[in-house]
Design a protein around this ligand. Structure first.
Ligand code: GRF
Length: 209
């Protein structure tokens, strides 16, 4: 069974690419129904088209959050989307989208939450001088990177790192973490209990006889 997924982006879409790649090799049981960008120049839209995936631009500029989200929700609903993945989508979600898709929206953040939320995770962690950073995949709520955490992966700082090498290695880690979280969701292994996300054991290999 392939879960119908929408990926929301605002920029380069390297995380989107990692989802596409794992979908194409068959290691991720999802069908990407559409990619939606709030920015017309997002390179991720081209990535989607190149792989025959519907790429939709719904500009957010000049609209209220409600107006914009109403348009997004209309597309999600009409494509039968079950899971919404925010992959570099640089907007907070509001009532319109969350009322309809609560518990079915996940986001990747480039730091170990609750440290360094917001739009500059790599820079903020680097400038603070942390020795270990990483990324977090979490369910989305109304806050800024505050929803229940699905998984985290570490990115220790190396002695000769620059911000750029730290970021490049971090992105590679993100490209494993996000598809892994999607896999856990789509195989029914995630249960939200308050702030905690319980990851159920993988029973797919168990004998049923
Ligand atoms: C990633 O670092 C992601 O964690 C953050 O925005 C960046 C998007 O990169 N939310 P890309 O567009 O997937 O290349």
């Amino acid at each position: 069974m392939q879960t119908p997924v929408a990926v929301l982006i605002s920029g380069s879409g390297s995380n989107l690419q990692s989802i596409i790649d794992q979908t194409e090799t068959g290691s991720l049981p999802v069908r990407i129904c559409c990619v939606i960008s709030n920015r017309p120049d997002a390179f991720g839209l081209e990535r989607a088209r190149k792989h025959g995936i519907e790429a939709v631009c719904i500009p957010s500029k000049g609209k209220t959050r409600e107006e914009h989200e109403r348009e997004v929700v209309a597309v999600l609903d009409s494509r039968g989307v079950q899971l919404v993945v925010l992959a570099g989508y640089m907007r907070l979600l509001g009532h319109e989208l969350l009322e309809r898709y609560r518990g079915r929206v996940i986001n990747i953040h480039p730091a170990l939450l609750p440290s360094f939320p917001g739009t500059h995770g790599y820079e903020d962690a680097w400038n603070y001088g942390v020795k270990v950073s990483g990324c977090t995949v979490h369910f989305v709520d109304e806050g800024c990177d505050t929803g229940p955490i699905i998984l985290q992966a570490a990115n220790p700082i190396e002695p000769d790192d620059t911000l750029e090498t730290f970021r490049q290695r971090g992105l590679k880690i993100e490209h494993q973490a996000l598809p892994e979280a999607i896999r856990l969701y789509c195989t029914g292994r995630l249960r939200i209990e308050g702030r905690r996300v319980i990851v159920e054991p993988d029973r797919s290999a168990e004998c049923t006889g």
